[in-house]
Design a protein around this ligand. Sequence first.
Ligand code: FAD
Length: 404
Amino acid sequence: MTVTDETITKLDVDGLVDQLLADMPPKTTETVAFLREQFDRGLAFVHFPEGCGGLGGSPADQIRAQRRLVGAGAPIAMLRNIIGYGMVAPTIVAHGTERQKARYLRPLFTGEEVWCQLFSEPGAGSDVAGLSMRAVRDGDEWVVNGQKVWTTLAHLARFGLLIARTDPDASKHAGLTMFLVDMKGPGVEVRPLYQITGEAEFNECFFTDARILDEDRLGDVGEGWHVAITTLMNERVSIGGNSAPRGSGPIGEAVRIFKERFGSDADPRAAVMREEVLRAWVRSEVLRLTNERAADARRRGTPGPEGSVAKLAFAEQNKHVFDLCMDLMGADGMLYSGTFELVRPNHTAIGTPDMRKAFLRARANSIEGGTSEVMRNILGERVLGLPGDVRVDKGIAWKDVPRS
Ligand SMILES: Cc1cc2nc3c(=O)[nH]c(=O)nc-3n(C[C@H](O)[C@H](O)[C@H](O)COP(=O)(O)OP(=O)(O)OC[C@H]3O[C@@H](n4cnc5c(N)ncnc54)[C@H](O)[C@@H]3O)c2cc1C
């Protein structure tokens, strides 16, 4: 069935949410039981097709359902599996077989099976299509060798979305294939990497003759880049496209700290600081409204370059607001509670109430999910139509491209 505006508006999302809340009161229902039921009733990802945790609705339906459920105290699936929820699920829906959708989506949503994203390598981050990890076919299986890096929450992950090179004779984008890999299987080793916060949210992952069944290939052989684009576009929307309600989130924290520290006009710095906070508040509000408008305009399918624009704006604004929080806190901003003993957290520090930690964690915002420089390239080329970035490896077999 083609989803038209008419069918979209017919969905009684509010009624379905009310029914779920009445049948499974969040306060007295066990988290996984609630999330399973939410998935089965199509209220996990309302904009996905039926059977995939959705009802074939619109992104706006999804946002409405999610806001109402969160407001009623329901568990937040995204926080239990941030990569799986925001990036892997839409990729499986867009490119997966019926078996893959049936096998993976439900436990992904409930957080019973955490996922990670295995794209970046030591020699391929911004230029991820230049990656070196090899997958070689062996009957009904693929044998994988190589290294991934910066893999968020790999230490918790049951499965990973892995992109590997299956044809070194093809040009870099053409020789890639996507897989769903068992992170607990033989030949997979996950090692922690320290971050500036002192925690190790991310990892380096080594694959030594790890085996993947061909039925866990996602998309056709050689179509890995096409599949990866779905993941990357969703990643950008996932990172940049979810604004906190008006006046809340990081800017809400800045206003709170300002009131605490500069509540009285007697402080000679109050006027200057008030101006800074106001400026940041206006920019946060513009970003929130822009995201709302983009979400409203978006319909089902792979998000376009607006996701990259939102991601760029979010990263820069987030860093700016947390810088401002540190300025407002003065010398207190230096009293960081982190011990720098190796901690392997079970979630990312995004959204932490500790402003010092939030300030440190925000440094990564303009790197993770594609750097701000790369987002500007996309903005320049795909939105403004400016001349493209220099690409010296275009059309050359990957194996013939010089690399260090
Ligand atoms: C907290 C965090 C979590 C992450 N989680 C994951 C994850 O779960 N899975 C995963 O696969 N990856 C993950 N990453 C990796 C991330 O996607 C890469 O770090 C990012 O794409 C940049 O790649 P790089 O680090 O190799 O830097 P490089 O690509 O080497 O870039 C170095 C510098 O050169 C600039 N640059 C590069 N190319 C261009 C260009 N064409 N034009 C202009 N400037 C350019 C960059 O902007 C940057 O400043 C994570 C990173 C961070 C920081």
